[in-house]
Design a protein around this ligand. Structure first.
Ligand code: AHR
Length: 501
């Protein structure tokens, strides 16, 4: 057995874990919206009066889904929101240019708002900066949030929604840098447009929070956009999809998300100090990170135009857990798993049921237990020494600090210390010392939620849906924890009160 150690000090608080890191993303792509969250013709009793899948809603509630981004993704870059409101029979079907399908517009703004309301999640709207105009975006915002007796706010009322939706989070386009995008632009052109859009949108509703379109955080695109828009935005968006080819690379690659966040935070500081922006930034809150698309995705086996229905493994569950550890460790403000159902998702639907893939369980465990205060911990662990495959070979060099076999974060929630421990090693168990500094003591037993399977390639199928599921156990706390090879554990310790030593 190998050895590692985690130094924990409940007094060393590095931030508050944002509940918004447990957010989702629904795009008009494959079976995410239609036959995913919305299936009005389901005849098996699985939908409510709106045609919303109740099993999907419940699973997303179990993950404390805090906000949901919509309607894309690449889809939004040619989306006409006006087509998706009003009487269903007059909504036009349109060619859909991102995934080359037909958009019926049966699910539009009012349906999305009703769905978010059922879920208890904040709606997060991404604007069309491809074929869309600023005027149309202003109208959309007025439709959603308008309180005055104006044309679009009145239209919302006429459509049966007297109260404004108070949408808070608004993103300025999606992956506008991508050659696959309708309306691709250079960083300079995008940034100039985003600045003008942002200023105008805040005239319609000054309470909104604007998200600028970013890349992976490690790119000049991010630097240029931040320099131009720093004083008008509230968050900068990042996207990252990682994959194998083998388990080690799969489970280690999310380290790049951390690097992207760190570099972006520096770009933000740099932009705020820029001579042309410094005065406008004075006294303004520093923009945060909005990691609004992240996941494991192999488009070679699950291509976007075929609906991206990827089968996820135990190894992928560890990669998902590694992403979540990154978001906690870096005090990320918002993170949205791409996507919420069927499309590169932990949840798969059929007309008769719901399948939870192995990647569902890290989300559920983190969203349930990794809340409260983020502790600044130190992890002493042997590191992965191999290469990083052909996708991003440089990860090995630039993320050298983040390649530990044991990857961990800790959260203090009231008097409970929750420690998320991933053992990414495919063969070796680790005896992990849990060294607690300060006067507080562990009270009672250690509770453990463990996700593990002997076979890192294990999957859940419709025929055998419980191959990879978490187990719960309790044991006396001895000062260390045995993390099995290829496992995620959330170790829960109750601590004595601060002033009782
Ligand atoms: O989530 C699938 C796609 O991945 C999104 O539409 C796009 O933004 C990204 O490239």
């Amino acid at each position: 057995m190998s050895a590692a150690a985690i130094q924990l000090d409940p007094r060393r608080i590095s931030g508050e874990i944002s509940p918004l890191v447990y957010s989702g993303f629904t795009e008009h792509m494959g079976r995410c919206i239609y036959d995913g969250i919305f299936e009005p013709n389901n005849s098996n009793g699985l939908v409510d009066e709106n045609g919303f899948r109740t099993d999907v809603l419940q699973a997303l509630k179990d993950c404390n889904t805090a906000a949901v981004r919509w309607p894309g993704g690449n889809f939004v870059q040619s989306y006409r929101w006006e087509d998706g409101v009003g009487p269903k029979e007059s909504r036009p079907a349109r060619l859909e240019l991102a995934w080359l399908g037909v958009e019926t517009n049966a699910f539009g703004t009012d349906e999305f708002m009703a769905w978010c309301d059922k879920l208890g999640a904040e709606p997060f709207i991404c604007l069309n900066m491809g074929t869309g105009t600023l005027e149309s975006a202003l109208h959309w915002l007025e439709y959603m949030n308008g309180t005055q007796p104006t044309y679009w706010a009145e239209m919302r009322k006429k459509n049966g929604h007297p109260e404004p939706y108070k949408v808070k989070y608004i993103a300025l386009g999606n992956e506008v840098w991508g050659p696959w995008q309708v309306g691709q632009a250079t960083a300079e052109d995008y940034a100039k447009a985003a600045r003008q859009w942002g200023k105008a949108l805040k005239l319609v509703d000054p309470t909104i929070k604007l998200v600028s379109c970013g890349k992976e955080g490690t790119d000049n695109w991010d630097r240029i956009v931040l320099e131009e828009c720093i004083d008008i935005i509230d968050y900068h968006s990042l996207h990252l999809y990682t994959r194998g080819p083998e388990h080690e690379v799969n489970a280690i690659s999310p380290a790049l998300a951390q690097k992207g966040i760190e570099i972006t935070r520096s770009y933000i500081d740099l932009a705020m100090m820029h001579p042309d922006r410094r005065a406008a930034c004075a006294g303004k809150a520093k923009p945060g990170i909005c990691f609004d698309e992240w996941n494991v995705w192999n488009p070679d086996i699950a291509p976007g135009v075929s609906g991206a229905e990827q089968e996820y493994t135990m190894s992928d569950a560890l990669a998902v857990a590694a992403y979540l550890n990154v978001f906690i460790r870096t005090n990320t403000e918002i993170a949205c798993l791409a996507q919420s159902v069927n499309v590169i998702s932990p949840l798969m639907t059929s007309p008769t049921g719901l399948l939870k893939q192995p990647t569902f369980f890290p989300l559920q465990l983190f969203a349930t237990y990794m809340r409260g205060k983020n502790l600044s911990i130190y992890v002493d662990t042997p590191k992965y020494e191999g290469t990083m495959g052909s996708d991003r070979p440089w990860v090995k060099d630039i993320c050298a600090d983040s390649l530990g076999w044991i990857d961990a974060t800790a959260a203090l929630d009231g008097n409970t210390l929750n420690i998320a421990i991933i053992n990414r090693h495919p063969q070796e168990a680790f005896e992990v010392e849990l060294n607690l500094a300060g006067s507080r003591k562990v009270v009672g037993e250690m509770e453990v939620h463990e996700l593990h399977h002997e076979n890192l390639m294990a999957v859940n199928t419709w025929e055998d849906s419980e191959q990879v599921v978490p187990t719960k156990s309790s044991a006396p706390f001895t000062g260390s924890y045995t993390a099995k090879a290829g496992s995620l554990s959330v170790v829960r310790l109750n601590l004595s009160n601060e002033n009782m030593s």
